[in-house]
Design a protein around this ligand. Structure first.
Ligand code: BTN
Length: 244
């Protein structure tokens, strides 16, 4: 028998057997005033959502969780939390397995995608973020084999309960680091686990495919791409294979 996951002090777990999307449930709770550290966890999602309008296959056996965050920052800084969340996932990968972070916030283990992160924010009229829902799906028991995946999948192993406990603890620590040390330090930790600078990459910008070399990320989390026609700063796009 598995025991109920233990979350960091002051955090609260809302455990569900099945839900459409944990992000939707967490947003609903946030709108109703739920505090930072409210974690919605479901054994399965019937309408799991990924980035760019994709769906996220969510049968029983993997981790689906969404955490309410109250960063009290300007909307333009909310994307920094994607790097915070990706580092938290990287922190729970068992030792000995090769971990790589891929812009903006994918986590690869042994070359396969092990987690997906979907940040959704509510912004007030003043431009300050009211809440961010950090939705994190982690392959724990198995790697879904989907026809439209650009990467093979990977799974962490272990139990979903243990993965949730570790993830919540890592997220709390990475959030504290972000608040204490700022994005520059988070960005440095992220870059240390990203592909090598100068690696050849392709970036999909809508229908356009831009080819270049990975130049890291800037102080606002934008991707820097060194192309034949000069440096490009990319705020939103999809980094595709080749080396990084
Ligand atoms: C991606 O496209 O890579 C992001 C996938 C995010 C999936 C997680 S699972 C928990 C949370 N609830 C959702 O509906 N999506 C996120």
């Amino acid at each position: 028998m598995s025991t109920a996951p233990v979350l960091p002090d002051g955090w609260r777990l809302v455990a569900l057997s099945s839900v459409g999307s944990t992000n939707d449930e967490a947003a609903r709770l946030a709108e109703a005033g739920a505090a930072e550290g409210t974690v919605v966890w479901a054994r399965e999602q019937t309408g799991g959502r990924g980035r760019r309008g994709r769906s996220w296959a969510s049968p029983v056996g993997n981790l689906y969780s969404s955490t309410v965050l109250r960063p009290h920052c300007a909307a333009a800084r909310a994307a920094e939390l994607g790097f915070v969340a990706a580092l938290a996932v990287a922190d729970i990968v068992p030792e000995g397995r090769a971990t790589r972070l891929k812009w903006p916030n994918d986590v690869l283990v042994d070359g396969g995608k092990v987690a997906g992160i979907l940040l959704e924010s509510a912004v007030g009229q003043s431009g300050e973020v009211q809440h961010v829902v950090a939705g994190i799906g982690v392959n724990v028991g198995f790697a879904p084999d989907l026809p439209d995946m650009r990467y093979p999948g990977a799974a962490l192993g272990g139990t979903v309960e243990t993965a949730l406990e570790k993830l919540a603890a890592a997220l709390a620590q990475r959030l504290a680091q972000w608040r204490r040390d700022g994005f520059a330090v988070v960005r440095g930790d992220w870059l240390a686990k990203a592909g090598p600078l100068g690696a050849e990459v392709d970036v999909k910008l809508g229908d356009e495919l831009v080819r270049g070399r990975f130049g890291g990320v800037d102080g606002e989390g934008a991707l820097l791409l060194e192309t034949a026609s000069g440096r490009r700063r990319i705020v939103s796009g999809e980094l595709l294979g080749r080396a990084a």
